[in-house]
Design a protein around this ligand. Sequence first.
Ligand code: PXL
Length: 285
Amino acid sequence: MTGFELLPVATPGSTPVRVLTIAGSDSGGGAGIQADMRTFALLGLHACVAVTAVTVQNSLGVSGFQEIEPETVAAQIRTVTDDIGIGAAKTGMLASAEIIDAVVAQCAESGIGRDGSSPLVVDPVCASMHGNQLLADSALDTLRDNLFPLATLVTPNLDEVRLITGIDVVDVDSQRDAAKALFDLGPAWALVKGGHLRSCDHSPDLLYDGAEFVELTHRRIDTAHDHGAGDTLAAAIISALAHGFPVPDAVAFAKEWVTRGLAAAYPLGAGHGPVNPLWRVSGPY
Ligand code: PXL
């Protein structure tokens, strides 16, 4: 199933469903809130934003970042949920344990998370594709113990799986072990992305809800221009959840969204270009 035909482009003059990204800014425009907002807009949603950090980066990497005060992060979430209202939320770069705890407390208060009215997708961003650290080592326990239990779905890549569970995913069996270990940390669903499993000629993702494994296999797109792929996947998942899709359908839809975005990716600067979901308006891939 792709579901593209089910997802409306916003009608002029009518208020679309609102979604919230709690994430960092990428000055190069490829990842972070910039990637999230592109996907939200193209999927007929209005994007609200709680900025957690301002990164200084271009296509070659992240040269630094400044964190936003935890209370200011919480205040951004509070002020949009109190007035504008949101249908779903996602987290990306959270930088520190203090920001994570502020996000956890405010999400619980605002009804965001697996037990609230708005689903929450946690993309546990730890580092950039260039290996630049985006989450303090000291924040891993807080991420695992305090944020994961609030999540409707967690979406780590294989490096993040290793940091969070200690499991090195090398094949289908270890991917299952990792999905179980992630689920045991408290989210309603765990997705183990196989995009970095270079031994496979396809991109095998595994979804688990404590009862059933769902395998999602997509063609692998070989490109150096995949900056923001994880952000775009998680943004498409919460977009589909906000439109009322069940989790397995939302993930299947998002995989197709990011696969086509990778096929349409473009070079930028001297390094890595971004995934490009603009194919939705410029033509199919
Ligand atoms: O793709 C992960 C990511 C998320 N958020 C921000 C980033 C990056 C990667 O560079 O810069 C702000």
